[in-house]
Write a protein that binds this ligand. Structure first.
Ligand code: FAD
Length: 490
């Protein structure tokens, strides 16, 4: 018979209860969420591809509370998954057990230095608020992406986000001068220097940028600010092919140099579905074209007239037979409407049923070749599917998305994801490109990275992970796996 515990021998609580009690005591009970309804938004991810599970969601108020929480979790051997706005697109923020650590309450702007052109901000600040703080100081923080109203700067840095201003200003990595990071053992690394030159040993901040919460928890950052544009112009151009888009890009770069601040591309199918699904979207050009480019010129120089310069450059491109048609926004409202056509494409695509997505980059000169080869190979694999390749063409970065054939069952289509990965990523690899351009690796590309990554590079990544987080506490199983556990199925 089962032995009953003696009255003097109270049943011991599971270790996780002790951890939660410790966390409640320090963070306050209302910042340790355990109710299913409170957990739910933190377990789902933007595309609904994965569903996570977690013991609790923590909402620490400052760096010291983050450090306490990480140390407590490390001592209890409970994994910690950082979350900012939970807008990531690779399943990186999806917990597979353990604790979700939300940075949302660390949202203060700590300092603005207009002379040094820097802004010091906590990791949980929403990107749009960071942009607004820069604007209030008469400056520009250029990182910009469609999720900017909900993604948070710590998440942007943890994923080395790209977005629409990379051509002129670089990725998130290029916009950061210093970081404050809580390490896996709960120590705080204070690297919050706003220096433009600092060669005092290894540049540790770049280890954490793009590490997707696997090496440390970013709690604050010093960001670079820039002069605000004094003049901006946006054009929408109809083109016969991606090859013509590349030729237009080269021509505009020669004409405008650093004033060419964006060069985005979308296909005919992309514009058609935006016009079909997005309320208020208006056809920008009279007739249809194979390929469209959205181009932006911007300059901080007082007196610069970007509309005149863009008009001259596009007129010359039309005359040379490169472009088929073009329009320029006559007002800021019109510029914003042209940008909306491009930025609402993912939303329009989601209304067209299932889509299989590949966020890839190849050397710019090979982008047309990639598009031609990948489109042909995917159509040969599944006639009737609708390729929708769009994105940050000027950066060599394409979202090579495939919309399901209209007659096909959504689940059956999505079940072919791995097959299309192999087709598309083989071509990317052959062209010396990257299978993870701007969204990161997370869960969705972990095994693809293992397949295509340089073995020495992968070994270095694993050694770095093991050195910084030997107990595999921080976002385990993401990016590079230390254990042999397969990622959860889509
Ligand atoms: P989360 O989704 O919360 O987290 C992302 C990853 O970072 C996770 O692995 C998480 O564990 C980790 N993490 C979060 N915060 C921290 C922290 N403080 N310290 C350590 N690790 C942390 N991405 C682009 O690059 N370019 C785009 O143009 C773009 N457009 C998008 C458009 C839409 C509509 C959507 C939904 C997403 C888009 N994304 C884009 C993807 C996403 O917005 C970015 O990856 C963004 O940077 C994630 O920020 P987040 O705060 O939502 O991070």
């Amino acid at each position: 018979p089962d032995a009953k515990p003696a009255p003097s021998d109270p049943p011991s609580a599971p270790p996780q209860d002790a951890l939660l009690a410790r966390l409640r005591e320090r963070l306050g009970a209302r910042h340790v969420l355990t109710e299913a309804t409170d957990l739910a938004p933190h377990l789902a991810e933007a595309r609904g591809l994965y569903r996570g599970r977690a013991l609790a969601v923590l909402r620490p108020a400052d760096t010291a509370e983050v450090a306490f929480a990480v140390r407590a979790c490390a001592e209890a051997r409970v994994p910690v998954v950082a979350q900012g706005g939970n807008t990531g697109l690779v399943g990186g923020g999806v917990p597979q057990g353990g604790i979700v650590l939300s940075l949302a309450r660390l949202s203060r702007i700590r300092a603005v230095d207009p002379v040094g052109a820097t802004l010091t901000v906590e990791a949980g600040a929403v990107l749009a608020d960071v942009q607004a703080a820069a604007e209030a100081a008469g400056m520009l923080f250029p990182l910009s992406l469609a999720a900017e109203g909900s993604c948070r700067i710590g998440g942007n840095l943890a994923t080395n986000a790209g977005g629409t201003a990379v051509l002129a200003y670089g990725n998130a990595r290029d916009l950061v001068l210093g970081l404050e990071v809580v390490l896996a053992d709960g120590r705080v690394w204070n690297g919050l220097k706003g220096l433009r030159k600092n060669n005092a040993g290894y540049d540790l901040k770049h280890l954490f940028v793009g590490s997707e919460g696997t090496l440390g928890i970013i709690t604050a950052a010093v960001l670079k600010l820039y002069p605000r544009p004094a003049s901006r112009a946006v054009g929408f151009v109809g083109l016969p092919s991606p090859r013509a888009a590349l030729a237009l890009l080269e021509r505009l770069r020669r004409a405008a140099g650093p004033d060419l601040t964006a060069f985005e591309v979308m296909p005919r199918f992309g514009l058609e579905i935006v016009l079909r699904h997005v309320p208020g979207a208006q056809r920008p050009l009279a007739s249809g074209h194979d390929t469209y480019a959205l181009v932006e010129f911007a300059s901080p120089r007082p007196g610069a007239d970007m509309a005149a310069e863009l008009e001259a450059a596009l007129a010359a491109s039309l005359e040379a037979g490169l472009a088929e048609d073009a329009t320029i926004g006559a007002s800021e409202a019109r510029n914003a409407a042209l940008w909306r056509l491009r930025e609402s494409l993912p939303e329009a695509q989601s209304r067209e049923g299932g889509s299989i997505k590949h966020d890839v980059s190849v050397p710019l000169s090979r982008l047309p070749e990639f598009l031609e080869r990948a489109t042909a190979a995917c159509l040969a694999e599944m006639p009737g599917l609708r390729p929708c390749a769009f994105g940050h063409f000027g950066d060599g970065n394409i979202h090579f998305n495939l919309s399901q054939p209209p007659s096909m069952d959504r689940a059956a289509f999505l079940a072919a994801w791995a097959r299309f990965n192999r087709i598309v990523h083989d071509i990317v690899h052959d062209l010396d490109g990257s299978i993870a351009a701007e969204h990161g690796v997370g869960l969705i590309k972990r095994d693809e990275l293992q397949h295509y990554g340089d073995p020495v590079g992968l070994d270095l990544m694993r050694r770095l992970k093991a050195a910084l987080d030997p107990a595999d506490i921080l976002n385990p199983g993401k990016v590079v796996a230390l254990s042999d556990d397969p990622p959860p199925a889509l």
